[in-house]
Design a protein around this ligand. Structure first.
Ligand code: FE2
Length: 295
C-alpha cells in the first residue's frame, strides 16, 4: 500500500519491518457436511489442501433454513482443534462428556478435541441468517491424545482495538496494540483477528514471522499485502508469504475479513474424515476406538 516502501520511517523500531505479500488467491468450493449443511470449503479442498497448521476453513452463510436446519448431529473428532466463530445466528453445542453451550453472534468456541470427543452442533433457530466460520487447527504429535478442552468465549469477552481511524479489529487470539485475545494455551500460538475497515482505511497488522497464515475477505473487497497488493473480493482467501506484518486497505467500500496465522508444525499429516493424526496406524486406532465406544 505504501507507494514507496523505502520512504517508510525506520525510527519506530530497531528492527526493520518485513511486510508480507499474498502468495496466491484461492476461492472456496461449495459443498455440504454434517446432515446436509450447505457451506463453502476454502481450506481442505483440492485447490488448497492445508496451510500448516490449518487443516480446514469452512464458511457457512445462508438465510434459507433448508441449507442449515439439519445441523451437525453427533460426530467424533480426534487429533486437532475445531474453532467456530459465529457472525450471525445461534448454534447449540453438546457433547458426550456433558458439556453444553450456545454460540451466539460474535462468539467463539475453541475446542481442543485431543484424544476424542463425540459432539453435535445444531442450529438454535428455524429461520433467519446463519453465518460464520469453522477452522480446524492441527495439534502437535505430542498433544494429539491430550484431554479434550473447551474455550467458550462470549462476544463481550473479545476485545476490539482501533489501531488507526477507520479500522476496528476484534482480537480473538494473539495480540494487537498490547491487547491480547481471550484464547489461551494453544500449541500453535494462533493469531485470529476479525478486521473491519471503513472505505479508504489502511491498517498494518503485526504477524509473528514464525507463523504461516491467510486473510479471507467475507464482505466487500480489500487490497492485501505490501507493494504489489492483491485485490481480494468477498470469498477470496489470500495465502500469505513470509514477513512480520500485513498491510490491508479498503477501497471505495467497507471491507471485512479474518486474518489468521499460526506456528507451522512441520509434522506428517494423515487425515481421515474427522480424525487427523500423524500416521495411518494412528488413524486405524482412532477408527477402532470410535467403533468400540472409547471416545
Ligand atoms: Fe464437529
Amino acid at each position: 500500500m505504501t507507494a514507496n516502501a523505502s520512504a517508510r520511517p525506520s525510527t519506530d523500531s530497531a528492527v526493520s519491518r518485513s511486510p508480507r505479500q499474498v502468495q496466491r488467491i484461492v476461492r472456496g468450493r461449495p459443498t455440504s457436511d454434517g446432515a446436509g449443511v450447505k457451506l463453502t470449503r476454502v481450506i481442505g479442498q483440492p485447490d488448497l489442501d492445508m496451510i500448516d497448521p490449518f487443516l480446514l476453513l469452512d464458511e457457512f452463510r445462508s438465510d434459507s433454513a433448508g441449507d442449515y436446519i439439519a445441523g451437525f448431529p453427533e460426530h467424533p473428532h480426534r487429533g486437532f482443534e475445531t474453532v467456530t466463530y459465529m457472525l450471525a445466528g445461534r448454534m447449540r453445542h453438546g457433547d458426550n462428556q456433558g458439556n453444553r453451550g450456545l454460540l451466539t453472534p460474535g462468539s467463539v468456541q475453541w475446542m481442543t478435541a485431543g484424544r476424542g470427543i463425540l459432539h453435535s452442533e445444531m442450529p438454535e433457530q428455524e429461520n433467519g441468517l446463519m453465518w460464520g466460520f469453522q477452522l480446524w487447527v492441527n495439534l502437535p504429535a505430542r498433544d494429539k491424545m491430550t484431554a479434550p478442552r473447551y474455550q467458550d468465549i462470549a462476544p463481550e469477552s473479545i476485545p476490539e482495538v482501533s489501531p488507526v481511524a477507520g479500522a476496528r479489529v476484534r482480537v480473538i487470539a494473539g495480540t494487537l496494540n498490547g491487547v491480547s485475545g481471550p484464547v489461551s494455551g494453544i500449541a500453535t500460538e494462533p493469531v485470529y483477528l476479525d478486521v473491519r475497515l471503513q472505505q479508504g482505511a489502511i491498517v498494518e497488522l503485526p504477524l509473528p514471522s514464525t507463523h504461516r497464515g491467510f486473510a479471507y475477505v467475507y464482505e466487500g473487497q480489500a487490497l492485501v499485502g505490501d507493494g504489489v497488493s492483491a485485490n481480494l473480493v468477498r470469498g477470496d482467501l489470500g495465502v500469505l508469504g513470509n514477513g512480520d506484518s500485513l498491510e490491508i486497505a479498503a477501497g471505495d467500500a467497507p471491507a471485512r475479513l479474518i486474518v489468521v496465522a499460526g506456528k507451522p508444525l512441520n509434522e506428517p499429516v494423515t487425515k481421515y474424515g474427522p480424525f487427523v493424526m500423524n500416521t495411518p496406524q494412528q488413524i486405524a486406532q482412532a477408527v477402532e476406538d470410535f467403533r468400540a465406544g472409547r471416545f
